[in-house]
Design a protein around this ligand. Sequence first.
Ligand code: IPE
Ligand code: IPE
Ligand code: MG
Length: 249
Amino acid sequence: MNSSTSSSIHTDLDVAKLPLHVAVIMDGNGRWAKQRLFNRIKGHEKGVQTVREIVRTSREIGIAHLTLYAFSTENWQRPKYEIDALMALLVKFLKSEKKEMMDKNIRLNAIGQIERLPKNVQQELDKIMVLTKKNSGMQLNLALSYGGRWEIVQMVRRIALKVKDGQIDADLITPEIVSKHLCTNSIPDPDLLIRTSGEMRISNFLLWQIAYTEIYVTDTLWPDFTKDEFLSIIKTYQQRERRFGGVGE
Ligand code: IPE
Ligand code: IPE
Ligand code: MG
């Protein structure tokens, strides 16, 4: 599609019905590389370009929160050379995007087991989180060494300690209290979850938060995913009727 087609999709969007929070399981980098007889790392490199395009587009159309699943707690099982390459790409991405994040008023936030990441990744993340702390145009949440079950376990531990200390009454624990003890405590639940590469699974992403999230799975592999497809998915989302267990209109 050319840019005029893309801007027509753009203007088709109902600004009043924009998802406040879009979450993405960026999957299919390895298969993209394999199809081309490349090393998997080439797929991850190409995937970073898609990240840039989707971050830009989200900011452009006015999404408040974009959460990208970049590395799961289970991804630590991958070969060391692949993990090292992913971490190196992440540092490179953070360094190269710093200026654009400031120019475009984007705040960076990391969720997950941050202390498990290599020191240089942690340092780069800290730097850019401090730098972009006051930005209010959009929040980009990077899920790194993130797992929904880990997050739930750490929430239970934190609440249990508060119950033990008498700060919380066990009988008065509510869904709101649970949400406040997750790493997404200041982030609204996702309205839309997109997964690329066709797998019909959640892979341990935002388990609590997606209770009423609209799900869209596309067969497109992440490195082939485009701005146009992203915009057309948001259009599809805007046509869905969200009932939240009620009877609708
Ligand atoms: C997603 O692509 C990136 C990460 C999980 C880090 P994959 O590397 O999972 O690609 P496939 O699923 O093997 O194609
Ligand atoms: C999910 O993709 C995790 C990320 C995109 C970071 P995976 O490729 O790890 O998931 P599975 O193994 O296919 O479920
Ligand atoms: Mg995968």
